[in-house]
Design a protein around this ligand. Structure first.
Ligand SMILES: CC(C)(COP(=O)(O)OP(=O)(O)OC[C@H]1O[C@@H](n2cnc3c(N)ncnc32)[C@H](O)[C@@H]1OP(=O)(O)O)[C@@H](O)C(=O)NCCC(=O)NCCS
Length: 143
């Protein structure tokens, strides 16, 4: 039986396992450390969502709201549970939570080669902006 719920810090190890399993480039020493996630969850519990199949975490998403836009981060579905609509469910639910915080624009950063992810977002109505470059300045590799 599959269900979706907000995650808590007690789900942290399972989240990390899923991100590792799906080769997600997460930052375990930076913004995805247990301490940081715990802090973020206390601020925005409703933006951390997981799908469970027989009590096992098989899908995860982390929303964030910067005051202007809603961002979709760290979306991952266990390889054996794909093409069952889990990512679509997570997207719909995290958008709803972001909308409650005022977001009217939803966005995600996706590697160009990640065709399944591009296809997923396009299916939900996201536009691909080929003319935009992503720029960032980092105060360290682990942040
Ligand atoms: C991308 C990912 C989250 C999709 O999860 P999922 O639960 O299988 O997705 P869904 O079942 O909700 O699929 C919804 C739509 O996405 C697209 N899609 C998903 N996987 C696809 C694939 N392998 N090839 C082409 N399109 C795909 C399709 O449009 C699909 O709709 P359809 O099944 O009706 O054709 C999953 O493949 C994943 O975890 N990938 C590794 C991590 C990752 O890349 N995360 C995204 C970072 S932004």
């Amino acid at each position: 039986m599959t269900g979706i719920r907000e995650l808590t810090i007690s789900d942290y190890d399972d989240m990390v396992r899923l991100w590792e399993q799906t080769s997600m480039p997460f930052k375990p020493k930076g913004r995805d450390s247990r301490q940081e996630i715990d802090h973020q969850m206390r601020e925005n519990a409703e933006l951390f969502l997981g799908v469970f199949d027989k009590r096992m975490l098989v899908g995860v998403v982390v929303g964030s709201h910067d005051g202007r836009k809603g961002w979709i981060n760290r979306l991952a579905v266990s390889p054996e549970c794909r093409r069952r609509g889990i990512a679509q469910l997570l997207l719909a639910r995290v958008e709803k939570a972001l909308r409650k915080k005022g977001a009217r624009i939803f966005c995600a950063l996706v590697e160009e080669s990640n065709l399944e992810s591009v296809s997923l977002f396009r299916k939900r109505g996201y536009l691909v902006h080929k003319d935009i470059l992503y720029l960032s300045r980092r105060e360290g590799e682990d942040v």
